[in-house]
Structure formats: structure tokens, C-alpha cells
Design a protein around this ligand. Sequence first.
Ligand SMILES: Nc1ncnc2c1ncn2[C@@H]1O[C@H](COP(=O)(O)OP(=O)(O)OP(=O)(O)O)[C@@H](O)[C@H]1O
Ligand SMILES: [Mg+2]
Length: 164
Amino acid sequence: MGFDRASADWIYEAEDLEGTGRLAAFLAARATPGTVIALDGDLGAGKTAFSQLFAKHLEVRDTVNSPTFTLIKEYEGRLPFYHMDVYRLTLEEAEDLGLDEYFYGPGVTLVEWSSIIDEILPERVLHIYIEAGLGSKRKMHLTGRGDPYGQWISTLRENGAALK
Ligand SMILES: Nc1ncnc2c1ncn2[C@@H]1O[C@H](COP(=O)(O)OP(=O)(O)OP(=O)(O)O)[C@@H](O)[C@H]1O
Ligand SMILES: [Mg+2]
């Protein structure tokens, strides 16, 4: 079952990188072992930029680079942070590499181009489709599948203005 941004649960409009950082901070503060955030959006939409901001708020001190060529990179933060980019993979290759094992590990996983591996994403996942707008404006289409993501989105709906 894929994610359709037209039926997203909530849309966050970031004016600039700082705005993207406020959403990343909200999510990183709530992350627990097994949190999985699935990212999609066009080339250059900001998946890596969002991941870097998320990592910063998860207290990752190392430089987080785009994992397009490394596929998966692990970092140490408040929790282990697993950063994936499956752009160059097929579903079968991702399965063979056992990427799904990370989802159930002790850390937090962010996956760029997650729709490629939709079939092996966990039952509970937060999906974010990043849509680039003019200049540094970005629309983040959030869909929560299962708890606690539904709860996070309810909180954002009620207090979303606090992110602005
Ligand atoms: N509000 C914003 N949110 C995220 N990125 C922004 C924003 N405004 C400007 N940017 C810039 O947009 C660029 C996004 O590039 P990034 O590498 O993060 O995209 P990507 O989606 O990971 O691309 P790829 O598909 O190649 O992996 C960065 O240079 C970033 O600084
Ligand atoms: Mg990227």
C-alpha cells in the first residue's frame, strides 16, 4: 500500500530551511527506538536537508552526508540514527541487503526515496512527501500509519501554528 500525497493527513508549509528545521525538531524530540520516517519527493526537494536537520536535533554530532552512494549510513546520537537512500536500489536488492532489519533495530530510520521499498516498510511508519515550491518554500505532506504517528499528527494539527 503506497502513500498518496493527495490524501495526506496534514500539510506543513515551511518558508525556508529554518521552517523545515522546526518540523525536524518536533519529530526528532519524539523519536524512540523503532521510529521510521519514510521520505519521498523530487530530486533536490530536500530529503537530505530534512534528514540532516533531524539528525542535528537527534544530537548526532557527525556530519550527515547524502547516502545516495553509500545506501545506508549509521550515526550515533541520542539514539542510533540510520540514514538510507534507496534511489539506486530495486525492492529485491533492498530485501537481499536486509535493509528492513534496521526498521526493527534500536535506532531511528529515515529513508529517502522510500516508495521504492514501500512493500517492506513497517506497518507503522510516518510518511513525508516533500514538495518544492518557489525559492526555499517546501510543502511537507505528512501521513501517519499506526501509532504513535497518528498521535503526532493530531498534536501537529492542534499546535501546528507553534511550528511557524
Ligand atoms: N525549506 C527547505 N527545506 C529543505 N531544503 C531546502 C529548503 N530551502 C532550501 N533548501 C535547499 O534545497 C536543497 C535540497 O537538496 P537535498 O539534497 O536535501 O534534496 P534531496 O531531496 O535529498 O535530493 P536527492 O533526491 O538528490 O537525494 C538543499 O540545498 C537545501 O539547502
Ligand atoms: Mg538526498
